[in-house]
Ligand binder design. Structure first.
Ligand code: NAG
Ligand code: NAG
Ligand code: NAG
Length: 313
């Protein structure tokens, strides 16, 4: 079955309007290593509740202790002061080339982080989003230098032990992922960007982050596998492992690719995942029930701690 553009758009907008529907368990759920669930707090939607209400809601009505922003919105960061909730902030892709410059990186930390800590618990800075997927040479070339400059600025501010620097990738960075034991990064990006990036992450104790959407990989015959519902599983001949859900398969494909570059010891964290609740009429598996099943089963799976390599750390 082909994924249509409108289903893709629905996924994007569902992801961005998360906080409007967080009471339904969240449509986009960020997962952090070691079985922790967080949410992506998007602000591109109408009728969003004000940040202080969101903070109150999360504290009083949910178990969510981790929030990821697609920017570093001062109003949100202020609204979450003294909540202890840990924040991941994101720097826009177009800022990357400038931030390779050390004084610009220091300025960015001074303006966007220092005013809000320690009252707001900022614990991670993401430099861009799916930068490799942009195929923009200047962004890709600037990515690791920008991360290094920001890290250096955190060291100067004595914050490098409490704030990590990373960047999320789409699964498009893999040239092979099925079965998971054949996972491999695309040639050209593997040694030029991903190897230095993994070296940086390992040296600084930061995770490799991915946006993982089984939605983009399922067919009508693998819907249950994608939604963590009971299914026959997928057997990997090479490792003799049977996968019971697509997300684990995607994570292991990333793990295998990292291992090829000798960085199997860097933790993998999912920055985004989710499932659209509406798409083309008649499209199998794109409805509110499927979206709810994905989120519910995902949370159950992640918090159960069961998995092949996710918890290897
Ligand atoms: C900030 O978040 C981190 C990670 O969740 C947590 O370990 C730490 O205790 C939090 N800090 C405060 C002051 O709540
Ligand atoms: C970095 O940027 C500053 C001001 O933004 C500029 O003065 C300096 O020359 C730049 N450094 C490099 C190495 O480009
Ligand atoms: C990984 O390590 C092995 C064994 O030390 C080495 O042969 C191989 O060249 C390394 N691969 C990369 C991509 O560095």
């Amino acid at each position: 079955m082909k994924k249509s553009a409108s289903a893709f758009d629905a996924l994007r907008s569902a992801r961005l309007s998360l906080l409007a529907v967080v009471s339904l368990l969240g449509w986009a759920v960020g997962v952090q290593g070691g079985g922790i669930i967080g949410i992506n707090y998007g602000t591109m939607a109408n009728n969003l509740p004000p940040p202080y209400q969101v903070a109150k809601f999360l504290l009083q009505k949910t178990f969510i202790k981790h929030v990821k922003l697609f920017d570093a919105d001062p109003n949100i960061l202020r609204a979450f002061a003294d909540t202890g909730i840990s924040f991941t902030v994101t720097i826009a892709n177009d800022r990357i080339p400038a931030l390779a410059n050390h004084s610009n990186a220091q300025q960015w930390i001074t303006s966007n982080i220092l005013p809000y800590i320690p009252t707001t618990n900022i614990t991670r800075i993401l430099v861009g989003n799916e930068v490799i997927a942009t195929a923009d040479k200047s962004l890709i070339a600037g990515l690791v230098p920008a991360m290094q400059s920001l890290y250096a600025a955190l060291v100067i501010a004595s914050l490098s032990h409490q704030i990590q620097v990373s960047t999320p990738h789409s699964l498009g960075i893999l040239s092979s992922s099925d079965p998971p034991s054949t996972g491999k990064f695309r040639r050209g990006y593997d040694t030029v960007v991903l190897k230095p990036l993994l070296g940086f992450l390992k040296a600084t104790g930061s995770p490799f982050m991915i946006n993982s959407y089984p939605f983009f990989g399922y067919t009508s015959s693998t819907l249950d596998y994608a939604l963590f519902r009971p299914n026959a599983g997928v057997f990997d001949e090479n490792t003799k492992l049977t996968y019971t859900n697509m997300l684990d398969g995607q994570l292991d494909a990333v793990y295998t690719a990292m291992k090829l570059l000798n960085y199997s010891d860097v933790e993998i964290v999912i920055a985004e995942t989710g499932w659209p609740s509406h798409g083309d009429p008649g499209q199998i598996g794109v409805d509110p029930e499927s979206a709810a099943a994905y989120n519910k089963n995902l949370i159950q799976h992640v918090t159960s701690g069961v998995g092949h390599t996710i918890d290897a750390k």
